[in-house]
Design a protein around this ligand. Structure first.
Ligand code: OAK
Length: 832
């Protein structure tokens, strides 16, 4: 029953309807009201945390009003919506973003000031929402920001993990993982206890004949876990549109726990049933670009897909349209293969529950879904074992077999007799045990498949999905190069730079049309502009230096060249290449005369990133970085010429301090391994130059900003295979400089050699899969070129300004526009 207020009483409602604050005074009123009544605190015990809470609640009120209106508007308009399914949303903090998007940060700053608080201190009380690992999760967050900003009716669907990505501590140089319990106080979510659905697991699938002799599949038995919706408002910038991110939380079916069992004295099993259910959404799997195939992860995936599909289908059914119109009303984007079961689930709903014919249902399914691939690394491509699926989702496995059967029949028709092709493209890998190849299922069940940068999109077409291009033609495959939201990654992280740009462009329009940045290019010739530009970079470096001092105790000089590599620690991203380069630099400075040392450009090498808890080699790399830091930073002979810093617990809010503070950042993956990269874009947008390989989006960044503004080095993707072959079969000679680095490591210069021997051996003895040796000499030469360029400060600043001016392409606003036109066929909704 839809409960509504009768027409004659709506006037009263409207008269008193909440409308939040407008100015400083209003902010103060709402702040104090929340601190006193919502939080039950007072004038005498309002600390910074309470001030954060009061501020957040005041802004939340404003946001909720627009959110309600947006949802009403979208329901009324009843046009096609986008649903972005992602197991990760790496949102970071919400308050600063809300202040800027709602355009009331000044009111809050002044109001807080009058109440005795500094806005920065208040903002930094917030716990990051860290429901993601790295690039894939942060991309999802940037896309949500852009979809709201561009007024697309769009929802995100994800899981409400009780524990986000672990907190990283470095103890004696080693990474230690601490659970990230983040929900103590989260003002940004709204539990929707009325939006709850039971999700079935296990049991068995049976065939029945109905009265007309039609075969019906019934999935029965097993257990039911409740999915409860939690909604998070997503405000757009410069618009009233406030979209919704719906996160599912798992709960035992019989409320708290099973009272029957409890009353019968079976306390333990009553409690354990409850815990088993709640475990589903308990924790984010901490692997980036790695698939581990754990049963609980599969449960997470189905739980989230089934709940989201139930919600989407329910919304569609309210419109009373024919099923054939489903793809005109609904576009579902799969963020990598993690939500691929949604394809199977929709087919199950249509065939088993809604009685559609298989072919009609399948056409609807394919027209609804799009699949984005984010990696070509074989260890990251998901496969689920057939016995596991059989046990957990028996009916879904049958449907997967049928999807595969009809697909293979189609292939057989098109390429008669090509048995090898059939076995190569089969969704079922004939291994022991058999495995379901999720990427193949995602391709077959989607109308578009996209990569995330040009090189990557070409690579998926010519390598891992080559056969599917042959089968479907190349139109099914497309590219949408990634981007970032300029709101968070320029305006919020670097307010002074944003304001300087605005002063020249006559306002902040560039934040919603980033191509307008090209208007600052001519100011590269203006010495005053260059001076202001440099002052801002220096201030950002000072802020980082202060942070480094407070958190590590090390003093670094803001006049040094700040060289930053922050991202997940992974062999393919090659932090080891960076740290070997640092060791090389250290040894070189050590061997110099005092006279020679005077010419050295002082450098601070800054690292940050988490290793997956089970990724031993990545942890060894962290250990080595910290070993080198311990030696170099206390070497009095070296002083400021070289410092090595490892930033603990790198996350979104730390990125907001690091990104504006680089002179150089490193994006140095083995060519062909990094699908796109997005931190490369963030650093360049903030006036940092980059050193990078010809990989991922580095290539398009180069095309946009020109080769003279980027430091490229290393082998090309097309040469990687033959180089790897050479390592394995014709032997190779280790780069001579790298050899010296290894000698120092083996002489225990940075801690016990035995700790690092496996890392060294991966290069010297085990095929150097990531081609560290092959790229080492061009890497250190390029680093020397960087030193040289950095001494010519004027030219450096011109490069910096010119690069920023040419970064307009890399906004997620452009990205969302491309998805909307090429994949979703969805239109924005006029707010007025
Ligand atoms: C994570 C888990 C499984 C598969 C891929 C990922 C992932 O994070 N991929 C990253 O996606 C980013 C966004 O598209 C890209 O920029 C990164 O290059 C890619 O590694």
């Amino acid at each position: 029953v839809e409960a509504t207020i009768p027409e004659r009483l709506r006037e009263t409602w409207r008269k008193y309807s909440a409308n939040g604050f407008e100015d400083k005074g209003g902010f103060e009123r709402e702040f104090i009201r929340h601190v006193e009544t919502t939080l039950a605190r007072s004038l005498y015990n309002c600390d910074e945390l309470a001030a954060y809470a009061g501020t957040a609640l005041a802004f939340r009120d404003k946001m909720i009003i627009e959110w309600n209106k947006t949802q009403q508007r979208q329901t009324f308009a009843d046009q096609k919506r986008v649903y972005y399914l992602s197991l990760e949303f790496l949102m970071g903090r919400a308050l600063d973003n809300a202040m800027l998007n709602i355009d009331k940060k000044d009111a809050a700053r002044d109001g807080l000031g009058e109440l005795g608080f500094r806005i920065e201190d208040v903002i930094s009380q917030e716990h990051d929402a860290a429901l993601g690992n790295g690039g894939l999760g942060r991309l999802a967050a940037c896309l949500l920001d852009s979809m709201a900003t561009l007024d697309y009716p769009a929802w995100g669907y994800g899981l409400r993990y009780r524990y986000g990505i672990f907190k990283q501590e470095i103890i004696d140089g080693y990474q230690v993982e601490i659970p990230d319990y983040w929900l103590d106080f989260n003002p940004w979510e709204f539990p929707r206890h009325d939006v709850t659905v039971g999700i079935q697991f296990y049991g068995h699938s049976e065939k029945h004949e109905d009265e007309n002799g039609k075969v019906k599949h019934v999935w029965s038995g097993g257990e039911i876990v409740q999915a409860v919706a939690y909604d998070v408002p997503i405000p757009g910038y410069g618009t009233k549109t406030t979209n919704n991110l719906r996160l599912w939380s798992s709960k035992a079916s019989s409320g708290e726990f099973d009272f029957q069992k409890f009353n019968a004295g079976d306390y333990e099993s009553a409690v354990s049933d409850q815990q088993r259910a709640e475990t589903i959404s308990a924790v984010l799997y901490p692997n980036d670009n790695l698939d581990r195939g754990k049963e609980l992860r599969l449960k997470q995936q189905y739980f989230w897909c089934a709940a989201s599909l139930w919600d989407i289908v329910r919304r569609f059914k309210k419109s009373k349209r024919a099923w054939s119109e489903f793809p005109d009303q609904v576009a579902i984007q799969l963020n990598d293969t993690h939500p691929t079961l949604a394809i199977v689930e929709l087919q199950r709903i249509l065939v088993d529950q809604e009685d559609l014919e298989w072919d009609e249902a399948w056409q609807i399914v394919v027209n609804t879904f799009g699949y984005t691939n984010h990696t070509v690394l074989p260890e990251a491509l998901e496969k689920w074992s057939v016995p596991l699926l059989q046990h957990l989702l028996p009916r879904h496995l049958e449907i997967i077999y049928d999807i595969n059967l009809f697909f293979l029949q189609h292939v057989e028709e098109k390429f008669p007799g090509d048995w090898e092709l059939l076995s190569r493209v089969s969704v079922i890998e004939e291994s022991q045990p058999k495995m379901v190849r999720m990427a193949y299922l995602a391709i077959i069940g989607s109308h578009k498949v996209n990569g995330v940068a040009e090189l990557h999109s070409d690579l998926i077409k010519t390598t891992i999905f080559k056969d599917f291009v042959k089968i479907y033609g190349s139109d099914k495959f497309t590219n949408v190069t990634n981007g970032i939201t300029p709101r968070r990654w320029l305006h919020q992280a670097n307010p002074r730079l944003s304001s300087l740009i605005a002063s020249k462009l006559g306002g902040y329009n560039f934040l919603i049309d980033l191509t307008l940045l090209d208007g600052i290019e001519s100011y590269a010739n203006d010495p005053d502009f260059r001076r202001e530009w440099t002052e801002i970079k220096t201030a950002n470096k000072e802020r980082l230096a202060k942070y480094i001092k407070e958190t590590t105790g090390y003093s670094v000089s803001p006049t040094s060249l700040f060289d930053i590599q922050v991202k997940r620690i992974h062999e393919y991203k090659r932090q080891q290449l960076n740290i070997f380069g640092v060791i090389h630099r250290y040894l070189k400075i050590k061997s110099m005369t005092p006279q020679e040392r005077k010419k050295v450009v002082p450098r601070v090498s800054i690292f940050g990133g988490k290793a997956a808890p089970g990724y031993w080699m990545a942890k060894t790399i962290i250990h080595l970085i910290n070993g080198v830091a311990a030696v170099v930073n206390k070497d009095a002979e070296i002083g400021d010429l070289l410092k090595v810093i490892f930033i603990e617990d790198y996350n979104v809010s730390k990125a907001e301090i690091l990104v504006p503070a680089s002179d150089i950042s490193e994006h140095i993956s083995t060519a062909g391994t990094e699908a796109s990269g997005t931190s490369n874009m963030k650093f360049v947008l903030n006036g940092g130059l980059i050193i990078g390989t010809c990989d991922g989006a580095n290539i398009e960044i180069t095309r946009e900003i020109s080769e003279s503004n980027i430091f490229l080095f290393g082998n090309l993707a097309e040469d990687v295979d033959s180089l790897r072959h050479k390592h394995l079969y014709s032997g190779f000679t280790l780069d001579e400089h790298l050899h010296k680095v290894f000698e120092a490591i083996r002489a225990s210069a940075f801690g016990p050699a035995s700790a690092f021997e496996p890392l060294v051996a991966s290069i010297t003895d085990h095929g150097d899969y990531y081609l560290v040796s092959d790229d080492f000499s061009s890497y250190i030469q390029t680093q020397e070129a960087i030193d040289e360029e950095f001494t010519k400060q004027d030219e450096w600043v011109v490069k910096s300004i010119t690069s920023v001016a040419r970064m307009g392409f890399f906004s997620t606003d452009r990205v969302v526009g491309e998805y909307a036109d090429e994949i979703w066929n969805v239109e924005s909704l006029d707010v007025e």
